[in-house]
Design a binder for this molecule. Structure first.
Ligand SMILES: NC(=O)c1ccc[n+]([C@@H]2O[C@H](COP(=O)([O-])OP(=O)(O)OC[C@H]3O[C@@H](n4cnc5c(N)ncnc54)[C@H](O)[C@@H]3O)[C@@H](O)[C@H]2O)c1
Ligand SMILES: [Zn+2]
Length: 378
């Protein structure tokens, strides 16, 4: 078992990574004290796999439980489903002493977290993430949200959970694509924040590909630690430090919107985005920008090799094979998408770029011609 403490003053809690995490949910909820009821929220893929073990662990402790199952998929992160959950909470008599448990991927975590943040002005909740992406990213940091029809994650709240319980063995039932998408974020952490972790991944690709639970405990806990260190310093995303978690994301988001959200999984976009960001840093180095003097071709090849050994794409030309259709990702089109992205500040192109493996920083206002040069390098 590994424990990652999240140190946020009175909102502090632990992330536990353990192969028996699901059967520990009841004890974790009980340990909060004076719990009136528990609402277990999950989706229709996860419910038949893990709801019984989780429910059993809760009722064994003499806690009153209701399970609520929502449809799987991004469209469930909506106002309609938030309202349906608020109504169901009222029906099953959830009150301020009740606890919600979000059992599922990032969709369930974000939705159940948002409903917990807002129902009765906020109730306690646990995250029990069941996708790799949720285990290393969305369950950490207290961001909860639903989507508006035209803008993802536009309505939400910061609401830290009372705890996060992660069982790496639940990843055995995850589809190959969803698992690899999570690995896109995993490599991002190493490449942008921690060289030793990057080297660990290089040395353990076989175990990681085989979903070895011991290797995964190490991988997941290190990612949670790296995200936690940043969240601790910028809990509410005010100082800009949290932006450091976005290596690969400026290019990645443009690719996702070009190809269609859901068609290109986020983690695949991140892998391609990191590869493009490395090339952008290389282009700037070639033009004499000495902030990037350590970035050379062998450095780029090292990063590409790790992504590729984990089954992730690094070249735009790989995209048709990844998404199953021809796509027009011309450099000009991608730059246009980046410039009009709703999150773009003042039309500026901002990127997290590498100084070397495990060390990156936010570069504001990169010129369009430099970005085009990097895209043409692909
Ligand atoms: N709050 C944050 O800080 C944050 C950070 C990153 C992403 N997110 C959000 O996370 C969401 C994406 O999360 P996701 O990638 O986990 O997607 P997801 O929740 O849609 O899960 C992916 C699929 O896997 C299924 N699934 C989940 N666990 C499974 C298991 N163990 N075995 C078999 N199938 C399983 C789900 O039913 C779903 O079909 C997005 O909405 C994104 O905005 C939030
Ligand atoms: Zn991401």
């Amino acid at each position: 078992m590994k424990i990652v403490p999240i140190d946020l003053g009175e909102r502090s809690y632990d992330i536990e990574i353990d192969q028996n995490a699901l059967s520990r949910i009841g004890a974790a909820v009980e340990s909060l004290g004076s719990v009136s009821r528990v609402a277990l929220i999950t989706d229709d893929n996860v419910e038949p796999l893990y709801a019984e073990v989780a429910s059993q662990a809760i009722v064994e402790r003499g806690l009153d439980l209701d399970a609520i199952v929502v449809p799987s998929g991004e469209q469930t992160k909506s106002l309609d489903y938030a309202e349906a959950l608020w109504e169901q909470f009222l029906e099953i008599k959830i009150d301020r002493r009740s606890v919600a448990v979000a059992l599922g991927g990032g969709v369930v975590g974000d939705l159940a977290g948002f409903v917990s943040a807002t129902y009765a002005r906020g109730i306690r909740y646990f995250q029990v993430p069941t996708t790799l992406l949720a285990q290393v990213d969305s369950s950490v940091g207290g961001k909860t949200a639903i989507n508006l029809p035209s803008a993802k994650n536009m309505v939400g709240a910061f609401h830290q959970p009372s705890g996060v319980l992660i069982d790496p063995t639940v990843l055995n039932t995850l589809s190959d694509d969803q698992y690899r998408a999570g690995l896109g974020e995993v490599v991002k952490y190493g490449a942008s924040l921690d060289e030793n972790f990057f080297a660990y991944l290089e040395q353990n690709t076989e175990k990681v590909n085989a979903r070895d639970p011991i290797a995964l405990e190490t991988v997941i806990s290190r990612c949670c630690e790296l995200k936690a260190e940043i969240v601790k310093k910028d809990e509410r995303e005010t100082s800009g430090l949290r932006a450091l978690l976005n290596y690969g994301h400026t290019f990645g988001h443009a690719l996702e919107s070009r190809i269609g959200h859901g068609k290109l999984l986020h983690g695949f976009g991140v892998a391609l985005g990191c590869s493009l960001a490395a090339r952008l840093a290389f282009c700037l180095a070639q033009k004499g920008d000495d902030r990037f003097s350590d970035i050379n071709e062998s450095w780029i090849a090292r990063q590409d090799k790790l992504f590729e050994s984990l089954g992730l794409p690094t070249r735009l030309r790989d995209l048709p094979a990844v998404v199953g259709v021809e796509v027009d990702c011309s450099p000009e089109k991608l730059v246009e998408l980046m410039s009009t992205d709703k999150k773009t500040e003042f039309g500026q192109l901002n990127f997290v770029l590498p100084r070397k493996i495990g060390d990156s920083f936010l570069v504001r206002n990169v010129s369009v011609s430099d970005v085009l040069d990097a895209l043409h390098l692909q």
